[in-house]
Design a protein around this ligand. Structure first.
Ligand code: ADP
Ligand code: MG
Ligand code: MG
Length: 494
């Protein structure tokens, strides 16, 4: 039954995410430092064209503003470049287009980029960068309800006071981390997340510390996890359309991770989250591992019911374990239960291990021919024979008939509408009072090594995500004004 406490927590969260949650002091919070305060930054920032003018969203916007002034010059130069290569007539349009872009960047990264760095637009960029580097503390955010519980702490809904942007804050309790020697794991999760930029994996927006916690601020996923949708929304299981769509997006996420030599190792419905529109992202990269070129890893990690036979068998393994995980996921979305466990059954671990290694999963009549076929190929016990584990990797999975109706190029561009859109007025998580409290750990003392570890963790804002937040919430547009008639405003004059 829903308690008053739970209703209040949900109402507050639903209101907050309806938008307009900027603090009334937001302009003060985002006040530009005078340009003279950006001297160190100006000296130390790496003057790399690609990252400053292409990758960083605010950098790109300011460079574009600057380019408006010199654009006609650029087009002439570009035309000259293209014509002098004399390829225009011979090539396909797409190729020409890529060359154009390449040549354009080549041109812009020389003289225009040099001029840009002497302009007021770059001075403004430095001001934004200085703001981006402001220390992050618990006062940066407002906190809403508890969303879920994890191994080292809890995940809370939160909102950046200055911009109104909602995020999920995964808090790891310092005492728990120390007691259970989770330092490497916590840092590993943070560093892997920081390196990724995919629409199919949660983003890390901020990493910071408070007196008691290490915090990772992640993309807010309002639609709940797949476990909730499979098991807690009526009769267990999902329609074939939904199962196929989620499987396809997870497949893209896995391919992105594998391209970066990251093995995920924790694929299960609880770790796949839905956003407002019904797209999924892979989350919880606590067990992910960066592999070195051509090598395999060993280690019995993961969640037992979803572990591949080679993991259970203490063998060395590679990307094959994630494809096994995808097989378990498609199976569970279809059957409403994982492949080696009956509904409501809780077998002992030794029994689970035996089944995973020796038994063949059964396919009921919910499975179409293609669904059954892809599951059995992904759940092949021998990792070398498993779908996805051959040389062409994830490509083989994408071209399986199960995915025939999926246009992967459109999906990767975010242009496919999800088959199910979460209801914005609903909170798709366990009631607050039903999420267990975290036990407190006593008798843990912190020393110099801990402080060093916290400082490695506490890296503040993640540039690209922070800049996108300012653009998306309209703060950039409102604050990025210059003086009258396009002159520099006083705070921009060195
Ligand atoms: P752990 O590593 O301890 O398993 P998770 O990262 O899986 O922790 O988080 C625990 C739970 O918190 C998830 O199952 C989910 O319900 C919720 N959660 C985690 N990240 C988010 C997010 N980005 N948005 C919404 N809820 C989340
Ligand atoms: Mg988890
Ligand atoms: Mg985890």
């Amino acid at each position: 039954m829903e308690t008053i406490e739970s209703i209040a927590a949900n109402t507050a969260l639903v209101r907050a995410r309806e938008g307009g949650g900027r603090s009334w002091k937001w302009k003060e919070m985002l006040r530009f430092p005078n340009i003279s305060q950006c001297k160190d930054l100006a000296m130390n920032i790496e003057r790399d064209y690609y990252s400053l003018c292409v990758k960083e969203p605010i950098g790109k916007k300011l460079f574009q503003l600057f380019c408006r002034i010199i654009i006609s010059e650029a087009i002439v130069a570009l035309l000259l470049c293209v014509l002098s290569n004399d390829i225009a007539v011979q090539c396909q349009m797409e190729f020409i287009f890529l060359l154009w872009i390449r040549d354009l960047h080549k041109y812009l990264s020389n003289e225009p980029f040099a001029q840009y760095q002497d302009s007021m637009f770059f001075a403004r960029f430095l001001q934004w960068k200085q703001l981006e580097r402001s220390p992050i503390t618990k006062h940066t955010f407002r906190q809403y309800r508890l969303l879920g519980k994890g191994g080292f702490g809890a995940v809370w809904a939160c909102q950046v006071r200055a911009t109104g942007k909602m995020y999920a804050c995964k808090k790891l309790e310092k005492t728990h981390v120390k007691k259970r020697k989770g330092e490497d794991m916590a840092l590993n999760e943070k560093e892997i997340l920081q390196e990724l930029d995919s629409r199919f994996v949660v983003n890390l927006a901020y990493a910071y510390e408070t007196k008691h916690n290490l915090c990772m601020v992640l993309t807010m996923m309002n639609g709940g996890d797949l476990g909730f949708h499979i098991h807690r929304m009526g009769s267990p299981g999902l329609t074939k359309d939904r199962a196929r769509f989620y499987a396809a997006e997870v497949c893209c996420g896995l391919i992105h991770l594998h391209q970066k030599s990251i093995l995920y190792r924790d694929l299960k419905p609880e770790n796949i989250l839905l956003d407002d529109n019904g797209h999924i992202r892979i989350s919880d990269l606590g067990l992910a591992v960066k592999m070195s070129e051509g090598s395999l890893v060993r280690g019995r990690v993961g969640t037992l019911g979803y572990m591949a036979p080679e993991v259970i068998g203490y063998e060395r393994y590679g990307m094959s374990v994630d494809w096994w995980g995808l097989g378990c996921l498609i199976y569970e979305m279809t059957a409403g239960r994982p492949p080696f466990r009956a509904k409501g059954e809780k077998p002992k671990s030794s029994e689970m291990e035996r089944r995973i290694q020796n038994e063949h999963e059964e396919y009921g009549n919910q499975f179409s021919k293609e669904t059954k076929d892809i599951c059995s190929l992904l759940l092949t016990k021998d990792p070398t024979k498993r779908l996805g584990s051959q040389k062409s990797g994830g490509k083989d999975v994408k071209s399986h008939p199960f995915f025939q109706e999926i246009n992967f190029r459109m999906l990767e561009a975010g242009c496919v509408d999800p088959p199910f859109k979460p209801d914005p007025s609903q909170v798709y998580c366990t009631d607050v009072q039903d999420i267990e409290e975290f036990s407190t750990v006593k008798g843990v003392h912190f020393d110099q090594t801990d402080i060093f570890f916290y400082s490695q963790f506490n890296t503040g804002s993640n540039s690209i995500i922070w800049q996108n937040e300012l653009i998306e919430t309209g703060c950039f547009e409102e604050l990025n004004v210059f003086g009258p008639k396009g002159s520099a405003s006083p705070d921009l004059i060195w």
